[in-house]
Design a binder for this molecule. Structure first.
Ligand code: AMP
Length: 541
């Protein structure tokens, strides 16, 4: 195939430079807010490419980033893959051991590090002798530690690297299957699972993100990308905005809800993407400060990575005129799998608003190119009737074939290209998928399954609740019984009897929790999901 026909990021991600010269990135790092127009984004990528080539970058090598969402991280997102190397964003919230475990495999020689994360970057350099260059995003902070290996590790300022060489004239022609990126997610075993993405899979995913029935993304949008670029390739939003010419606001580290709302107001944001915990916090900030922010220009926001409650979706719609599009995905699938806008078919457009809203509470339809199915414990297909639940298998254009490095969970990838997601789901007769739980989070009581997710969604809408999580406590009689952990709004109180009474309508008595533990806040994982491992450990002590 001639190179111009290949699915390569260089053909797609720089389009904004030509079609939307007046749009671009707004990057709000602590060292200053900068606006970088799309033509300048393209030029910076070319300059960075030249700087990296001068440091001996080879095709196929992994280049790490330890950074928040800002324009410098975007430089690396564009330059590294288009040069034929593999971009390796590292989760900044991981501990030293998890991060070094991943680096043992990926062996990044060049590491881009945010100025505020240099302590970690240099700790890594002290234990990983193969790191030759640390490229610092932003000016050094006063407390930056000394270089632990001054003879073998060079610390370079990012802008100096960009300024040092003439921009490259052209991007190389690569094969579609060349690996463009690699991301890791936490494994239940504690060993991170690393997934590789190719130019082909990322181009197809990016194209799908730009479809109207996905999230109606267009060049007219200004997107606030809250989902971190260090997790699951930032959901490919830098590439999608680069493809369409949409404005992209990069919030860096400070994700307090008040700041998110300031950014939305100040930059005329029309849409944004984040996990439900962020959107719940945003709602609480709006409640606490009536009239402070203007959301008139916000059309829709995407909530993904964990399940939103119906109440949250309803409140955004009724009180702020914002549609919440629910999305499901995972690192193993590049990463977006489904989207659930309020109405995508003619039939749904005719539904009354509350019926449409119910559709938004489920994960939605798979994007074109992805197939979903549910199977029983023997692997036999189950009906798509909207109520039968089974293990969710996915296959398609951007589903990984295996983990990039040997992992005990590698058997989730079937030889036939089907991935066992580890989620439990139902699918209805219109192809809408609803996540019922993580298989490992289901609670087995008296031989019957209880969905922790269903309880969390119901309890999460109680007015007293700030956050909640349901886990199974080992029980001599029943095997397991559901326990609710809840953090309450200031001044609120709640007891387990009230919880049980209010769940009376939707849950059988045996499905309702018989214990409520009030805690200060619900522990979250590095990607903003409920950290059930920590909660379960707390139950045992
Ligand atoms: P990760 O690869 O770390 O992003 O985690 C992927 C997992 O997050 C999925 O397998 C689901 O268990 C969970 N997840 C993602 N999106 C949703 C959603 N919309 N509802 C419920 N769980 C979700």
């Amino acid at each position: 195939m001639v190179p111009s026909r290949r699915l390569l990021l260089k053909h797609l991600a720089f389009r904004a430079g030509t079609i939307a010269p007046l749009g671009g990135l707004i990057s709000t790092a602590p060292d200053g807010t900068v606006e970088v127009g799309w033509p300048e984004v393209v030029m910076r990528a070319r300059r960075l490419a030249a700087g990296l080539l001068a440091r001996g970058l080879r095709a196929g090598e992994r280049v790490g980033t330890l950074a928040f969402n800002d324009h410098r991280h975007a430089d690396a997102y564009f330059a590294v893959p288009c040069l034929g190397a593999t971009l390796h964003p590292i989760n900044v919230r991981w501990n030293l051991q998890e991060t070094s475990t991943v680096l043992e495999h990926t062996r990044d020689r060049i590491l881009f590090v945010d100025a505020g994360l240099m302590t970690r970057g240099l700790e890594l350099a002290a234990t990983c002798p193969w790191i030759e260059y640390i490229v610092r995003f932003g000016p050094p902070l006063d407390d930056e530690p000394d270089n632990p290996r001054p003879d073998t590790l060079e610390i370079i300022d990012h802008e100096t690297l960009l300024d040092a060489a003439e921009p490259i004239a052209a991007w190389p022609d690569l094969e579609e299957d060349a690996l463009m990126g690699m991301c890791s997610t936490s494994g239940t075993t504690g060993i991170p699972k690393t997934v590789a993405y190719s130019h082909r899979t990322t181009c197809l995913q990016t194209m799908a993100l730009g479809l109207t029935d996905c999230m109606r993304l267009s060049g007219r949008d200004t997107v606030l990308a809250i989902v971190p670029m260090f997790h699951a390739l930032g959901w490919c939003f830098p590439y999608a905005c680069g493809m369409l010419g949409a404005g992209l606001v990069l919030p860096h580290r400070d994700l307090r809800p008040e700041r998110i709302l300031d950014l939305i107001t100040d930059h005329g944001v029309t849409t944004s993407v984040a996990v439900p915990t962020v959107w719940n916090a945003v709602l609480a900030a709006l409640d606490a400060n009536p009239g402070r922010w203007n959301l008139d220009h916000v059309d829709r926001v995407v909530s993904g990575g964990a399940a939103p409650t119906e109440g949250m979706i309803r409140r955004f719609r009724d009180e702020h005129g914002v549609e919440v599009i629910h999305s499901w995905g995972m690192t193993e699938i590049n990463p977006v799998g489904t989207m659930s806008p309020a109405a995508t078919t003619r039939e749904e457009a005719g539904f009354e608003p509350d019926r449409r809203l119910r559709h938004q509470t489920v994960a939605g339809r798979p994007l074109p190119g992805l197939a979903v199915e549910i199977v029983d414990e023997e692997g036999l297909p189950l009906p798509h009737d909207g109520t039968t639940t089974g293990r969710l298998l996915v296959s398609g254009w951007w589903v990984a074939e295996d983990y990039a490095f040997d992992h005990p969970d590698g058997d989730r990838f079937g030889p036939d290209g089907r991935l066992d997601t580890g989620d439990v789901a139902s699918i209805d007769d219109r192809g809408r998928m609803a996540i019922r739980d993580r298989a490992k989070d289901m609670i087995k009581s008296g031989g019957e399954w209880i969905s922790s997710l269903a309880l969390e969604r119901a309890i999460g809408d109680f007015p007293e609740i700030e956050g909640c999580a349901v886990v199974g406590r080992p029980d001599d009689r029943w095997g397991e019984r559901p326990v609710v952990f809840a953090s309450l709004h200031e001044g609120a109180s709640l007891d387990v009897e009230t919880v049980r009474d209010r769940l009376d309508h939707d849950f059988e008595s045996w499905q309702r929790p018989d214990e409520l533990l009030i805690i200060d806040s619900i522990p979250l994982t590095s990607t903003g999901k409920i950290d059930k491992k920590t909660l379960r450990a707390g139950l045992r002590t």
